[in-house]
Design a protein around this ligand. Sequence first.
Ligand code: GLA
Length: 720
Amino acid sequence: MKQLTLSLLALTLSLAGQAENVFVNTPKTTLMLSVDEGHAPRIAYYGARLRPEEARQVYDAGALGGEAYPAFGRNSFGETALSVTHADGNMTTELAATGWRREGDVTIVSLKDRKYNFYVDLCYRSNDRSDVIETWTVLRNGEKKAVRMEQYASGVMPIRQEGAWLTHFHGDWGHEAEMTEEPLRDGLKTIVDYDGVRTGMNDRAEVMISLDGKPRENSGRVIGAALCWTGNYRLSIETRGRHCHTLLAGIDGLHTTYTLKSGESFTTPTLALTYSQEGKGGVSRAFHRWGRSGQLHNGTALREILLNSWEGVYMDVNQEVCEKMMDGISALGGELFVVDDGWFGRKYRRTRDDKALGDWVTDTVKLPRGIPALVKAAEDRGLKFGIWIEPEMTNSESELYEAHPDWVVAHPARELSKGRGGTQLVLDLSNPKVQDFVVGIVDRLMKENPTLHYIKWDCNMSMQNFGSSYLTADHQSHLFVDYHLGLRSALERIRKAYPDLVIQLCSSGGGRVNWGALPYFDEFWVSDDTDAQQRLFIQWGTSHFFPTMAMAQHVSASPNHQTGRVIPLKFRFDVAMTGRLGMEMKPSDLNEKELDYAKKAVAFYKEIRPVVQLGDLYRLLSPYENKGFCSEMFVSEDKSEAVFFCYKFENYIGLDAPRWHMAGLDPDASYRLNEFGATERHSGFEGKTFTGRFLMETGIEARMNGQFASRVIRLQKIDN
Ligand code: GLA
């Protein structure tokens, strides 16, 4: 029976001699491998779903595909996935397939070096809930002595298409996920991050490759790829003869030679791939669905509306100011209060950012009754409670560092280079004792405060002092990898013990946004930049791969603390409402009119929350188009509900709003429109009904006056 199911799942046909066609399917896509025992396996096809009998056409059409895992040393002309030095010093590897098999939803193609006992399993996970295929590689040393691996990619994707374009994301603190779209020209394009810890801060490990020229949002064929790894990575796209591209992705090998002792094996991180015929938006929706169906922690639960204390009071937290902020957010209808940095430290008090990381004891000068009193105060107001920690870090001015100087990432022969505040240091998570310490921070907080609901897990420094007191001299080059394996192990233990604890991933803002982290986190802080205009760009880029339910978007004070820009409250709310809404200010700084508006906005958000957080995102007009406008909408899976957002962030005479064409609706259904926060001048759509077809094909003309105008329209399907 099992055999029958497997053969139905993966139909194999004998074609081209002994080669077998191995199918890895999702509902709308197929990846087809050509596996010929004794030869290097090839990826013959990746695209729209193929019927088994159509496999022949791939070859009849003359498609060459490309090697599934090219190794260095023999017939390797370009970039290689694998480069190892064998036990006898031979630097060449020649891999040939020895067979393939299925284990559940994973297809495994086994390879072995023709002469050496070095084994490689290429793994591909099919998926019946979203169109994402996961691929990774297991490397095993069966030789008598150690083998050194210099390159060990997760996966490879050959692409044959002239005129392909690349979309990728880069930036820095306060301007994460900036989007660049460029044609792929001959040569090598590499995207790397060497931060060591915050490897989403500068370049992001996700790319889209558009096959039909300049990328479009809702049409055209696009391949999306995301490397799920929190450490240093390298994505490369090698283009030859304009139309032959090879995408390779994996852990970056620079300073990261990894030794496998005899009998040891290594599993690479996962490379997640999708193919869409619905433009970049289709790739995004596939990744979002993949997240909601398991890759994001607790991906089906609605996220709560919170107030975070950071921009309100920074490190000046105390019982009184926190209670005042709690009063504020509870009156507005919020659900959670989070105390940010500044609550801890005994010998060294966290009054500035140069002290006390690692000393996770309450600063009793600021909070004489401790964290339990804050939890109680929140709960008395009907709020849940959350707290900030930065568990992977310490300061040289801390009791922790005094007790364990050998726990930091550093080489003892060198003077320390220090980070934030001039004293920050990274703890060495390759050391199991440090992993225990990190898990212990959460354990102690949970023991002391069993109803603690939320943790903001921050991480504010790169790995500056390369070296580990834990790793042996001949394993120092494992640090960039073993740090992250240690982090993952700690997070797994925390998740096992506290599956319901909501944990936010933060790293100087969006410095660690990556699918390798999100199985352990419910959400992430998109950026420390809360300026609503700049957020339009940052959120636009971030939403290409990450679900909006996980994107923490906070309304902050005006003038904005990062840019000094003055933006009306409605615009700030409308920008924050496209993700997980929160606030990051003292509500008491709002006047009565603003408080009244904020209360209504929170209530409205609760109504649209299911469709924003669990629906499908359609990006409509990009802020990168330089038109001074931006628009996107969300549609529930059954297409009965939708919500449309548009923004105007430039202002000059003659800048008229475009006609807004919606997307994702049921063309035959009728929808009633209701606008939130409409001004009298703009109440034109209230209660009117349109068919989905009209809204998508003809569209509406939502006028917008002045700078920072925004409109939010809710659509509800009605019975015809
Ligand atoms: C980082 C975070 C901020 C805040 C501060 C606290 O910068 O991104 O949101 O938590 O740390 O020090």
